[in-house]
Design a protein. Structure first.
Ligand code: 5GP
Ligand code: MG
Length: 481
């Protein structure tokens, strides 16, 4: 097993107080499948009898029929979809994790990435702890196991107070369903409620829509929320001046039909498209197309603002998995062609604005440019609804190392030539931030664009070439003076 800590991003879902808990979690995970396709799992609790079903692959691959769900009895359940690039894609890393603690069983599902795990893991191991996986999430289980508190809530508060980094976490015990979110609230996590008073917690609110639950509120930064038959209680375990929500969740990762702070991501993406059109107009364009599905809404925003017709110039094959996670470059390049087919009738002899949500390695656009030209497109003007991605993410996005990012060491003109298009424009950091809610106490992590990592990362210093700038609270105080 690799000793490198697994980096992953995920979808998590939990239900308390519903006879069909496991089935609801299963359906909820279906609407969160975009957050991870590498493994899936559900743990249910039938009082203090826990049942666990996990496996590699998508939900449909792991839960092949109703029989597999029937074994997951009980009025509460939690589930997890994982998506990873770093670390091993191993059986041992499948979540939810399960553990027998001193006062009873718990299951844990984690989304995000902890950043102080090496030292913690080492000191736990020196103390005799045995790890079964390479996930950082297991550290939380060990910290809970070591807590002197005789309540799961106390154990959880103690554990999450001792880890740093991004975590949107759900824990199930026989007494309650718990949610914990780091003080910077990198990853989303929301609470929902059924008309009958059952509770749900999920990475994104689109999971509630599917199961007929109402979106109640987000889990507050730096708090543990506890739900059971007695209702909802929350406890703050850490304070931060403002959040560092991952702005890339809004650009790409979350579904546009999910809500954050009560507002649809769809709205933020349209604003990104609007600002992009103002910042980088394409005056001789005949049509605007998206790269479905991830840039659809940004493209609509661009088309509206520029009064240019939105067209479907690319048809996506929905039966092909994400090109991004194909293991080799050759497969990845083949994948783009498998996934998209240009519509000649729409594109021929047209000057086309292609709105894309992001460029990571540049593979998608490089291949698409050739495809669109072969279909007769005249000029290609690519507009990207986020800034150039130049730095790796240590808080849960699976961006590759710096040398694989196309924007590393290249300016926009060099990137334009590399992908082979007639013009290229990226949304600025300022305009990206102007497209997302700006409220008191809300701030965003833009480290992948700027290299400003809000909290220190053990790995960052070791990886070559990472410009690692940690802005301490002290620096910020100095600036204010
Ligand atoms: P590239 O081909 O440049 O490496 O990746 C860019 C494409 O991948 C864009 O179409 C974007 O929508 C998508 N993308 C960006 N970030 C991610 C990610 O974290 N995972 C996956 N699967 N796709 C991504
Ligand atoms: Mg895309």
């Amino acid at each position: 097993m690799a000793c490198e800590t697994l980096r992953h991003h995920c979808g998590v879902m939990g239900v308390w107080g519903d006879e069909n808990a496991a089935e609801l979690v299963y359906h909820g995970l279906y609407s969160l499948q975009h957050r991870g396709q590498e493994s899936a799992g559900i743990v249910s609790a039938d009082n203090d009898r826990f049942h666990r079903q996990i496996g590699m692959g998508t939900l449909a691959q792991v839960f092949s029929g109703p029989a597999t769900l029937r074994e997951l009895a009980g009025r509460s359940a939690i589930g997890h979809n994982r998506y990873s690039t770093t670390g091993s894609a191993s059986q041992y890393n499948i979540q939810p994790l399960y553990a027998e603690l001193r006062d009873g069983p718990v299951a844990v599902a984690h989304n995000g990435n902890l950043v102080n795990t090496k030292k913690l893991r080492r000191s736990l191991q020196e103390d005799g702890a045995i790890f079964h996986s390479t996930t950082d999430s297991e550290i939380i289980v060990h910290l809970m196991a070591r807590s002197r508190s005789d309540q799961v809530r106390g154990k959880l508060v103690e554990a999450v107070s001792n880890v740093q980094g991004a975590f949107s976490l759900i824990v199930l015990s026989d007494h309650a369903l718990y949610a914990a979110r780091d003080p910077y609230a990198w990853r989303p996590l929301s609470i929902g409620r059924s008309p009958d008073g059952a509770w749900a917690i999920a990475s994104e609110t689109c999971a509630f829509d599917l199961i007929g639950y109402e979106y109640v509120q987000d889990v507050e930064p730096g708090t543990v929320a506890v739900v059971n038959d007695g209702g909802l209680e929350t406890e703050r375990f850490a304070e931060a001046e403002h959040t560092y929500h991952c702005v890339f969740e809004h650009v790409y990762f979350s579904r546009p039909d999910s809500r954050v702070g009560g507002e649809y991501i769809d709205k933020f993406r349209r604003k990104m498209g609007k600002h992009l059109s103002q910042e980088h107009p394409a005056d001789d364009a005949d049509i605007v197309i998206s790269v479905p599905d991830s840039s659809n809404t940004a493209a609509l925003g661009y088309a509206k603002e520029s009064s240019t017709k939105f067209e479907m110039g690319l048809i996506r094959n929905h039966y092909v998995g994400r090109t991004f996670i194909q293991p080799t470059q050759t497969m990845r390049e083949m994948g783009v062609k498998l996934k998209f087919n240009p519509v000649g009738g729409v594109l021929r002899d047209r000057n086309v604005v292609v709105v894309e949500d992001s460029i990571v390695r540049g593979t998608t656009l490089h291949k698409l440019a050739a495809l669109l030209r072969s279909a007769g497109a005249k000029e290609l003007h690519v507009r990207v609804s986020c800034p150039p991605i130049r730095y790796p993410c240590y808080y849960g996005m699976d961006f590759p190392s710096r040398d694989e990012l196309i924007a590393t060491g290249r300016d926009v003109e060099q990137i334009r030539r590399q992908i082979g298009v007639d013009s290229l424009g990226y949304l600025s950091v300022e305009n990206l931030l102007a497209s997302v809610p700006q409220k008191h106490g809300v701030g965003y992590c833009t480290a992948c664009f700027t290299g400003d990592y809000p909290i220190p990362v053990e790995d960052a210093e070791e990886e070559t070439g990472t410009k690692y700038r940690y802005r301490s609270a002290r620096d910020e105080e100095d600036e204010e003076d």
